[in-house]
Design a protein around this ligand. Structure first.
Ligand code: GSH
Length: 211
């Protein structure tokens, strides 16, 4: 098995943190172009028309994309230290908060990033082999969405140690990657989101997050 990643991009980082949390010994390969690390290599894109990372290549040649699918597959192979729940309710809550963190957090920052960064001109969305224009209004909308995301998880973290309840889970990994990505774009945690700050400090100190 081999896990393809891309520098510190947020979605492959979700898989890398997951693998580190569970101490899974796996081959990891950088999929970016060595001559132009701002994009995936031609060889990678030709081999995997999905054109996104993370991607897990299996020993039988099949491959699995999408961070959550990759990690769920690994969880089935390595069930110790579960990060997708210990029972039906936990599993559902983790999926719910993971999807929320991906859609309302990670996608919101991605809207800002992909629609403003000069290296992503013509690459407004990941995974396409055609030009996708940047749309500045989407960046503005992304900032609005991100603000709501911070407020939403702040309310949740007022009553819960972690997003899905009392255990660290894949949902926390996704939210952490979303927030670190957001901080890298100078979009900071709002001053009044004290619960997010408390949670962020705790999850950032985990060895898996430090890398
Ligand atoms: N929903 C996908 C998103 C994957 C994604 O967008 N990955 C980005 C890196 S964070 C990518 O591969 N971008 C390739 C590109 O920009 O060319 C997942 O969960 O894995």
């Amino acid at each position: 098995m081999k896990l393809y990643t891309w520098l510190s991009a947020p979605n492959p980082r979700r898989a890398l943190i997951f693998v580190a949390e569970k101490a899974i010994d796996i081959d990891i390969e950088e999929a970016s172009d060595p001559d132009n690390p701002g994009q995936l290599s031609k060889r990678y894109c030709e081999k995997y028309p999905h054109r996104r990372v993370p991607l897990l290549e299996l020993d039988d040649g099949d491959w699995i994309a999408e961070a959550a699918a990759v990690c769920k597959y690994l969880e089935a192979l390595y069930p110790d230290n579960p990060l997708f729940g210990r029972n039906a309710k936990e599993a559902a809550l983790i999926e719910m908060w993971d999807r929320l963190a991906e859609w309302e957090g990670l996608m919101a920052v991605s809207e800002v990033f992909r629609n403003t960064h000069r290296l992503f001109v013509g690459r407004g969305l990941a995974g396409y082999d055609i030009q996708i224009p940047q749309i500045s209004e989407l960046a503005e909308r992304g900032k609005l969405r991100l603000g709501r995301f911070f407020n939403k998880i702040d309310e949740r973290l007022d009553q819960n140690e972690y997003l899905a309840g009392d255990i660290f889970s894949f949902a926390d990994i996704t939210a952490l990657c979303a927030i670190d990505f957001s901080l890298s774009r100078k979009l900071i945690i709002p001053e009044n989101c004290c619960n997010v700050k408390r949670w962020y400090q705790a999850v950032s100190e985990r060895p898996s997050a430090i890398g």
